[in-house]
Design a protein around this ligand. Structure first.
Ligand code: HEM
Length: 182
């Protein structure tokens, strides 16, 4: 049986792609750029992806909480104490990823409201986003989210390459093994 239901697996990879794209757009197409007309399209895409991420993350959290936790072998006390930090941190990091993705979307929406970006005439850019307190919060949280993604990837690297387990398969669809053999 899969560790996760298929819908959660799809949502995981779609969210990963969206977080990656939204983050890169923020860093390379928004943060250091002047607030000119050229910024409107990347900002609108960034905002739309961030809003989709809010919906997807709420959905993922709801499914994750509603479905049974994936079964894990209990480590004996001796093994648990010798467990590497990256393994101990794996589960808390997963939950923090949900929390910080949600916070990114919420502070992004808050900043949009604070800066009066959305008007009936379309997106109107302020002279400087840093005039609004949520700009610093949104930027700082993005650094935390980046660190969490790196820790999450390191956990995968540990299981995949150091422990030699096929960790990628935990987040993929399993083939059916019930083919008839004569
Ligand atoms: C998970 C979702 C999101 C991620 C990962 C994300 C990421 C980022 C990053 C990395 C930056 C640049 C920060 C910096 O380097 O200081 C940024 C800026 C920004 N984001 Fe987001 N964001 C998300 C959601 C949103 C949403 C939903 C909105 C609005 C609806 C939004 C609006 C903005 C705005 C207005 C800026 C400032 C642009 C500027 O300074 O020119 N973000 N975001």
């Amino acid at each position: 049986m899969n560790r996760y239901p298929p819908l959660l697996i799809i949502l995981h990879w779609v969210s990963a792609l969206l977080i990656f794209t939204t983050f890169l757009l923020g860093v390379f197409a928004l943060a250091e750029r002047p607030n000119t007309q050229e910024k409107i399209v990347p900002l609108a895409v960034h905002m739309a992806l961030g809003a989709v991420l809010l919906v997807l993350t709420v959905l993922r959290l709801a499914i994750r909480l509603a479905t049974r936790k994936p079964s894990r072998r209990r480590a004996s006390p001796a093994r648990a104490s010798s467990r590497p930090l990256i393994v101990t941190m794996a589960a808390p990091v997963q939950w923090l990823l949900y929390v910080f993705t949600l916070l990114m979307s919420l502070t992004g929406i808050g900043l949009t409201l604070q800066a009066g970006l959305l008007t009936p005439a379309g997106l109107i850019l302020p002279a400087d986003f840093y005039a609004f307190p949520l700009r610093v919060v949104h930027g700082t949280l993005s650094t935390v989210l980046f660190v969490l993604v790196v820790l999450h990837l390191l956990t995968w690297v540990y299981f995949q390459f150091i422990r030699g387990e096929n960790a990628l398969a935990w987040m993929w669809f399993q083939q059916k093994h019930n083919q008839k053999t004569d």
